[in-house]
Design a protein around this ligand. Structure first.
Ligand SMILES: *Cc1c(COP(=O)(O)O)cnc(C)c1O
Length: 378
Protein backbone atom coordinates (compact mmCIF):
# COMPACT_ATOMS: atom_id res chain seq x y z
CA UNK A 1 0.00 0.00 0.00
CA UNK A 2 1.39 3.42 -0.83
CA UNK A 3 1.84 6.07 1.81
CA UNK A 4 -1.09 8.34 0.99
CA UNK A 5 -3.53 5.42 0.79
CA UNK A 6 -2.33 4.23 4.16
CA UNK A 7 -2.56 7.70 5.72
CA UNK A 8 -6.08 8.31 4.49
CA UNK A 9 -7.18 4.86 5.67
CA UNK A 10 -5.70 5.50 9.13
CA UNK A 11 -7.34 8.93 9.28
CA UNK A 12 -10.71 7.40 8.44
CA UNK A 13 -10.29 4.72 11.09
CA UNK A 14 -8.90 6.86 13.89
CA UNK A 15 -10.07 10.39 13.12
CA UNK A 16 -8.07 13.58 12.71
CA UNK A 17 -5.80 15.26 13.57
CA UNK A 18 -3.72 12.08 13.56
CA UNK A 19 0.01 11.97 14.27
CA UNK A 20 1.30 8.79 12.63
CA UNK A 21 4.63 7.47 13.92
CA UNK A 22 6.37 4.94 11.67
CA UNK A 23 8.54 2.76 13.89
CA UNK A 24 10.44 1.29 10.93
CA UNK A 25 11.73 4.75 10.16
CA UNK A 26 12.86 5.21 13.77
CA UNK A 27 14.73 1.91 13.60
CA UNK A 28 16.35 2.77 10.30
CA UNK A 29 17.38 6.25 11.54
CA UNK A 30 19.00 4.62 14.56
CA UNK A 31 20.71 2.02 12.36
CA UNK A 32 22.00 4.73 10.04
CA UNK A 33 23.43 6.65 12.99
CA UNK A 34 25.24 3.57 14.33
CA UNK A 35 26.43 2.46 10.93
CA UNK A 36 28.08 5.75 10.05
CA UNK A 37 29.27 6.67 13.57
CA UNK A 38 30.39 3.30 14.94
CA UNK A 39 32.46 4.82 17.77
CA UNK A 40 29.54 6.83 19.09
CA UNK A 41 26.80 5.61 21.45
CA UNK A 42 23.51 7.40 20.69
CA UNK A 43 21.62 8.83 23.69
CA UNK A 44 18.23 9.78 22.21
CA UNK A 45 17.25 13.29 23.36
CA UNK A 46 13.83 12.56 24.80
CA UNK A 47 12.61 16.15 24.59
CA UNK A 48 12.34 15.87 20.78
CA UNK A 49 9.44 13.47 21.28
CA UNK A 50 8.88 11.80 24.66
CA UNK A 51 6.30 9.22 23.58
CA UNK A 52 6.98 6.03 25.61
CA UNK A 53 6.48 3.82 22.53
CA UNK A 54 9.31 5.72 20.82
CA UNK A 55 11.52 5.23 23.88
CA UNK A 56 10.72 1.49 23.73
CA UNK A 57 11.58 1.13 20.07
CA UNK A 58 14.86 2.99 20.48
CA UNK A 59 15.73 1.06 23.61
CA UNK A 60 15.18 -2.22 21.79
CA UNK A 61 17.37 -0.98 18.97
CA UNK A 62 20.19 -0.37 21.44
CA UNK A 63 19.88 3.34 22.16
CA UNK A 64 20.61 5.11 25.42
CA UNK A 65 18.77 8.27 26.50
CA UNK A 66 19.43 11.93 27.11
CA UNK A 67 16.98 13.41 29.61
CA UNK A 68 16.74 17.02 30.72
CA UNK A 69 14.07 17.04 33.44
CA UNK A 70 13.10 14.75 36.28
CA UNK A 71 9.90 13.80 34.45
CA UNK A 72 11.91 12.69 31.41
CA UNK A 73 14.25 10.75 33.68
CA UNK A 74 11.32 8.93 35.30
CA UNK A 75 9.75 8.24 31.93
CA UNK A 76 12.89 6.57 30.62
CA UNK A 77 13.56 4.78 33.88
CA UNK A 78 10.04 3.37 34.11
CA UNK A 79 10.09 2.28 30.50
CA UNK A 80 13.46 0.63 30.35
CA UNK A 81 13.31 -0.86 33.83
CA UNK A 82 10.56 -3.17 32.68
CA UNK A 83 12.74 -4.56 29.95
CA UNK A 84 14.03 -8.03 30.67
CA UNK A 85 17.66 -8.57 31.47
CA UNK A 86 18.31 -5.22 33.12
CA UNK A 87 19.15 -5.00 36.77
CA UNK A 88 18.16 -1.89 38.67
CA UNK A 89 21.55 -0.38 39.29
CA UNK A 90 23.80 -1.25 36.44
CA UNK A 91 22.44 0.80 33.61
CA UNK A 92 22.25 4.39 34.60
CA UNK A 93 25.44 5.64 32.99
CA UNK A 94 25.21 3.27 30.06
CA UNK A 95 21.65 4.18 29.43
CA UNK A 96 21.00 7.70 30.69
CA UNK A 97 22.69 11.07 30.75
CA UNK A 98 21.05 14.03 32.46
CA UNK A 99 22.05 16.76 30.06
CA UNK A 100 20.41 19.90 31.42
CA UNK A 101 23.25 21.99 32.85
CA UNK A 102 20.80 23.63 35.27
CA UNK A 103 19.11 21.36 37.80
CA UNK A 104 16.96 22.34 40.75
CA UNK A 105 17.64 21.01 44.22
CA UNK A 106 14.79 18.51 44.32
CA UNK A 107 15.79 17.06 40.97
CA UNK A 108 19.35 16.54 42.19
CA UNK A 109 18.12 14.89 45.39
CA UNK A 110 15.99 12.41 43.45
CA UNK A 111 18.74 11.70 40.90
CA UNK A 112 21.46 11.11 43.48
CA UNK A 113 20.33 7.59 44.34
CA UNK A 114 21.00 6.56 40.73
CA UNK A 115 24.59 7.85 40.69
CA UNK A 116 23.76 9.70 37.47
CA UNK A 117 25.98 11.35 34.93
CA UNK A 118 24.96 15.04 34.78
CA UNK A 119 26.23 18.04 32.88
CA UNK A 120 27.16 21.41 34.39
CA UNK A 121 28.67 24.65 33.13
CA UNK A 122 29.10 26.96 36.13
CA UNK A 123 30.24 27.22 39.75
CA UNK A 124 26.80 27.52 41.34
CA UNK A 125 25.96 24.17 39.83
CA UNK A 126 29.08 22.61 41.36
CA UNK A 127 27.91 23.79 44.78
CA UNK A 128 24.41 22.44 44.23
CA UNK A 129 25.62 19.06 42.97
CA UNK A 130 28.02 18.72 45.90
CA UNK A 131 25.22 19.34 48.39
CA UNK A 132 22.33 17.53 46.74
CA UNK A 133 23.79 14.87 44.45
CA UNK A 134 27.26 14.02 45.77
CA UNK A 135 27.15 10.63 44.00
CA UNK A 136 26.75 12.16 40.55
CA UNK A 137 29.49 12.12 37.94
CA UNK A 138 29.97 15.27 35.90
CA UNK A 139 30.45 16.27 32.30
CA UNK A 140 31.40 19.88 31.66
CA UNK A 141 29.30 21.51 28.96
CA UNK A 142 31.41 23.89 26.93
CA UNK A 143 30.30 26.67 24.62
CA UNK A 144 30.99 26.03 20.93
CA UNK A 145 30.01 27.85 17.73
CA UNK A 146 26.35 27.36 16.71
CA UNK A 147 26.75 29.33 13.47
CA UNK A 148 24.03 28.58 10.95
CA UNK A 149 22.11 26.08 13.06
CA UNK A 150 18.32 26.33 12.92
CA UNK A 151 18.04 26.58 16.72
CA UNK A 152 20.91 28.20 18.51
CA UNK A 153 21.80 27.24 22.08
CA UNK A 154 25.19 28.81 22.72
CA UNK A 155 23.82 31.99 24.30
CA UNK A 156 22.07 29.98 27.00
CA UNK A 157 24.47 27.16 27.84
CA UNK A 158 28.14 26.31 27.94
CA UNK A 159 31.23 27.39 29.85
CA UNK A 160 33.69 29.38 27.83
CA UNK A 161 36.65 27.20 26.81
CA UNK A 162 38.98 29.61 28.65
CA UNK A 163 37.39 28.82 32.02
CA UNK A 164 36.90 25.10 31.36
CA UNK A 165 39.87 23.70 33.26
CA UNK A 166 39.19 25.99 36.25
CA UNK A 167 35.65 24.62 36.41
CA UNK A 168 36.99 21.07 36.29
CA UNK A 169 39.39 21.93 39.12
CA UNK A 170 36.55 23.51 41.12
CA UNK A 171 34.46 20.37 40.83
CA UNK A 172 37.42 18.29 41.87
CA UNK A 173 38.02 20.55 44.92
CA UNK A 174 34.38 19.95 45.82
CA UNK A 175 35.03 16.20 45.86
CA UNK A 176 33.30 15.54 42.55
CA UNK A 177 34.70 13.77 39.52
CA UNK A 178 34.52 15.29 36.06
CA UNK A 179 34.36 12.41 33.63
CA UNK A 180 34.49 14.44 30.46
CA UNK A 181 33.14 17.20 28.26
CA UNK A 182 29.95 17.85 26.38
CA UNK A 183 28.82 20.37 23.80
CA UNK A 184 25.91 21.15 21.48
CA UNK A 185 26.48 22.73 18.07
CA UNK A 186 22.85 23.95 17.80
CA UNK A 187 19.89 22.03 16.50
CA UNK A 188 19.53 21.14 12.80
CA UNK A 189 23.20 21.98 12.28
CA UNK A 190 23.84 22.00 8.55
CA UNK A 191 27.13 23.85 8.95
CA UNK A 192 29.39 20.87 9.56
CA UNK A 193 32.28 23.15 10.44
CA UNK A 194 30.62 23.65 13.87
CA UNK A 195 31.42 20.03 14.73
CA UNK A 196 35.01 20.37 13.53
CA UNK A 197 35.53 23.45 15.70
CA UNK A 198 33.83 21.89 18.71
CA UNK A 199 35.92 18.70 18.49
CA UNK A 200 39.12 20.66 18.19
CA UNK A 201 38.22 22.91 21.16
CA UNK A 202 37.35 19.82 23.19
CA UNK A 203 40.65 18.14 22.37
CA UNK A 204 42.54 21.25 23.49
CA UNK A 205 40.66 21.31 26.81
CA UNK A 206 41.32 17.59 27.34
CA UNK A 207 45.04 18.28 26.89
CA UNK A 208 45.06 21.30 29.22
CA UNK A 209 43.14 19.35 31.83
CA UNK A 210 45.61 16.45 31.61
CA UNK A 211 48.48 18.88 32.14
CA UNK A 212 46.84 19.88 35.43
CA UNK A 213 46.29 16.29 36.48
CA UNK A 214 42.68 15.77 35.42
CA UNK A 215 42.22 12.77 33.18
CA UNK A 216 39.04 13.07 31.21
CA UNK A 217 37.74 9.95 29.52
CA UNK A 218 34.43 10.83 27.95
CA UNK A 219 33.24 13.16 25.20
CA UNK A 220 29.61 13.91 24.55
CA UNK A 221 29.22 15.46 21.10
CA UNK A 222 25.60 16.47 21.77
CA UNK A 223 22.79 16.73 19.24
CA UNK A 224 22.31 18.87 16.16
CA UNK A 225 22.55 16.08 13.55
CA UNK A 226 20.33 17.42 10.78
CA UNK A 227 17.18 15.71 9.60
CA UNK A 228 16.70 15.62 5.84
CA UNK A 229 13.74 17.94 5.62
CA UNK A 230 14.72 18.57 2.00
CA UNK A 231 17.41 17.80 -0.53
CA UNK A 232 19.48 20.82 0.49
CA UNK A 233 20.50 19.03 3.66
CA UNK A 234 23.64 17.06 2.90
CA UNK A 235 23.45 13.33 3.72
CA UNK A 236 24.31 12.22 7.24
CA UNK A 237 27.14 10.03 6.01
CA UNK A 238 29.04 13.13 4.85
CA UNK A 239 28.84 14.67 8.31
CA UNK A 240 29.69 11.32 9.89
CA UNK A 241 32.80 11.02 7.76
CA UNK A 242 34.05 14.39 9.00
CA UNK A 243 33.25 13.57 12.64
CA UNK A 244 34.90 10.14 12.44
CA UNK A 245 38.12 11.46 11.04
CA UNK A 246 38.31 14.23 13.65
CA UNK A 247 37.51 11.79 16.47
CA UNK A 248 40.20 9.38 15.29
CA UNK A 249 42.72 12.17 14.87
CA UNK A 250 42.05 13.86 18.24
CA UNK A 251 40.86 11.24 20.73
CA UNK A 252 42.43 7.92 21.70
CA UNK A 253 40.41 4.74 21.09
CA UNK A 254 39.87 4.36 24.83
CA UNK A 255 37.88 7.62 24.96
CA UNK A 256 34.18 7.01 25.41
CA UNK A 257 32.21 8.97 22.81
CA UNK A 258 28.52 9.65 23.14
CA UNK A 259 26.02 11.79 21.28
CA UNK A 260 22.52 13.09 22.00
CA UNK A 261 20.60 13.01 18.73
CA UNK A 262 16.97 14.07 19.06
CA UNK A 263 15.69 15.45 15.79
CA UNK A 264 17.74 13.05 13.66
CA UNK A 265 16.04 10.00 15.18
CA UNK A 266 12.45 11.12 15.09
CA UNK A 267 11.81 14.03 12.68
CA UNK A 268 11.38 11.90 9.57
CA UNK A 269 9.43 9.18 11.39
CA UNK A 270 6.12 11.02 11.78
CA UNK A 271 3.45 12.43 9.49
CA UNK A 272 0.51 14.53 10.55
CA UNK A 273 -2.88 14.07 8.89
CA UNK A 274 -5.38 16.89 9.39
CA UNK A 275 -8.71 17.84 7.91
CA UNK A 276 -10.00 20.95 6.21
CA UNK A 277 -12.69 22.36 8.52
CA UNK A 278 -13.19 25.77 6.96
CA UNK A 279 -12.57 27.69 3.77
CA UNK A 280 -12.75 31.35 2.80
CA UNK A 281 -11.40 33.76 0.24
CA UNK A 282 -9.64 36.83 1.66
CA UNK A 283 -8.03 39.53 -0.48
CA UNK A 284 -8.28 37.21 -3.45
CA UNK A 285 -6.42 34.42 -1.69
CA UNK A 286 -7.85 31.04 -0.78
CA UNK A 287 -7.70 30.39 2.96
CA UNK A 288 -8.05 26.96 4.50
CA UNK A 289 -8.71 26.27 8.16
CA UNK A 290 -7.51 22.87 9.31
CA UNK A 291 -7.98 21.07 12.63
CA UNK A 292 -4.35 21.28 13.76
CA UNK A 293 -2.16 24.37 14.12
CA UNK A 294 0.50 26.45 15.84
CA UNK A 295 -0.67 25.61 19.36
CA UNK A 296 -0.62 21.93 18.50
CA UNK A 297 1.44 19.72 16.17
CA UNK A 298 2.67 22.76 14.21
CA UNK A 299 4.08 24.36 17.40
CA UNK A 300 7.55 23.78 15.97
CA UNK A 301 6.95 26.61 13.50
CA UNK A 302 7.15 28.94 16.49
CA UNK A 303 9.39 27.15 19.02
CA UNK A 304 11.66 25.27 16.64
CA UNK A 305 11.83 27.75 13.73
CA UNK A 306 10.86 24.87 11.48
CA UNK A 307 8.51 25.37 8.51
CA UNK A 308 6.32 22.48 7.44
CA UNK A 309 4.65 22.05 4.08
CA UNK A 310 1.00 21.16 3.94
CA UNK A 311 0.15 18.76 1.13
CA UNK A 312 -3.17 17.63 -0.24
CA UNK A 313 -4.35 14.14 -1.11
CA UNK A 314 -6.65 15.57 -3.77
CA UNK A 315 -5.18 16.36 -7.19
CA UNK A 316 -5.88 19.36 -9.39
CA UNK A 317 -4.46 22.71 -10.47
CA UNK A 318 -2.77 24.40 -7.53
CA UNK A 319 -2.69 27.97 -6.36
CA UNK A 320 -1.01 29.82 -3.52
CA UNK A 321 -3.23 29.51 -0.46
CA UNK A 322 -3.08 30.33 3.24
CA UNK A 323 -3.40 27.57 5.83
CA UNK A 324 -4.64 28.43 9.32
CA UNK A 325 -5.04 26.43 12.51
CA UNK A 326 -8.39 25.95 14.27
CA UNK A 327 -8.06 28.35 17.21
CA UNK A 328 -9.38 31.91 17.39
CA UNK A 329 -5.90 33.34 17.78
CA UNK A 330 -4.21 35.41 15.07
CA UNK A 331 -0.89 33.70 15.75
CA UNK A 332 -2.37 30.40 14.61
CA UNK A 333 -1.05 30.61 11.04
CA UNK A 334 0.62 27.55 9.54
CA UNK A 335 1.51 29.13 6.21
CA UNK A 336 0.59 32.17 4.13
CA UNK A 337 1.77 30.50 0.93
CA UNK A 338 1.20 26.83 0.24
CA UNK A 339 0.53 25.53 -3.23
CA UNK A 340 -2.74 23.65 -2.91
CA UNK A 341 -5.52 22.48 -5.21
CA UNK A 342 -9.12 23.55 -4.68
CA UNK A 343 -9.93 21.69 -1.46
CA UNK A 344 -13.36 20.91 -0.07
CA UNK A 345 -14.50 20.88 3.55
CA UNK A 346 -13.65 17.45 4.95
CA UNK A 347 -10.66 16.91 2.65
CA UNK A 348 -7.52 15.57 4.27
CA UNK A 349 -4.12 17.22 4.17
CA UNK A 350 -0.79 16.02 5.54
CA UNK A 351 2.63 17.26 6.67
CA UNK A 352 5.67 15.01 6.59
CA UNK A 353 8.85 14.92 8.65
CA UNK A 354 7.03 16.42 11.61
CA UNK A 355 8.18 14.02 14.35
CA UNK A 356 10.52 16.31 16.28
CA UNK A 357 9.63 19.28 18.50
CA UNK A 358 6.04 19.17 17.30
CA UNK A 359 3.66 16.96 19.24
CA UNK A 360 6.04 17.37 22.19
CA UNK A 361 5.15 21.05 22.55
CA UNK A 362 1.46 20.73 21.73
CA UNK A 363 -1.01 22.42 24.10
CA UNK A 364 -4.73 22.31 24.88
CA UNK A 365 -5.14 25.98 23.98
CA UNK A 366 -8.65 27.14 23.18
CA UNK A 367 -10.02 23.72 24.09
CA UNK A 368 -8.47 21.93 21.13
CA UNK A 369 -6.65 18.77 22.26
CA UNK A 370 -3.30 17.59 20.87
CA UNK A 371 -3.45 15.27 17.85
CA UNK A 372 -4.11 11.61 18.54
CA UNK A 373 -0.99 9.48 18.10
CA UNK A 374 -1.00 6.32 16.03
CA UNK A 375 1.99 3.97 16.17
CA UNK A 376 2.45 2.23 12.86
CA UNK A 377 4.48 -0.98 12.79
CA UNK A 378 4.74 -2.97 9.57
C1 LIG B 1 17.76 19.52 22.62
C2 LIG B 1 19.03 18.87 23.01
C3 LIG B 1 19.51 17.77 22.29
C4 LIG B 1 18.88 17.27 21.02
O1 LIG B 1 19.23 18.10 19.97
P1 LIG B 1 18.86 17.74 18.45
O2 LIG B 1 19.32 18.93 17.72
O3 LIG B 1 17.40 17.50 18.39
O4 LIG B 1 19.64 16.53 18.08
C5 LIG B 1 20.65 17.15 22.74
N1 LIG B 1 21.30 17.58 23.84
C6 LIG B 1 20.87 18.65 24.56
C7 LIG B 1 21.63 19.05 25.77
C8 LIG B 1 19.73 19.33 24.16
O5 LIG B 1 19.33 20.40 24.86
Amino acid sequence: MNKTTLLSRLAREHGTPLFVVDHDVIRSNYAEFKRFLPRVQAYYAVKANPDPAIVHTLYRSGASFDVASIAEFRLVYENIREMPGRARQDFIWDKVIYSNPIKDQRTLEELDAFKPLVTYDNLEEVRKVRRHAPHAGLALRIRVPNTGSMVELSSKFGASPAEAVDLIAAASDAGLVVEGLSFHVGSQCTNFENYVQALSTSATIVEEAAARGFNLKLLDIGGGFPARYDRHVRPFRELAKIINSELDRLFPKSFEILAEPGRFMIATAATLVAEVIGKAERDGKRCYYINDGIYHTFSGILFDHCQYHVKAFRRGPREISAVFGPTCDALDVISQAEELPDLKIGDLVFSENIGAYSHASSTWFNGFPPAKVFHYRR
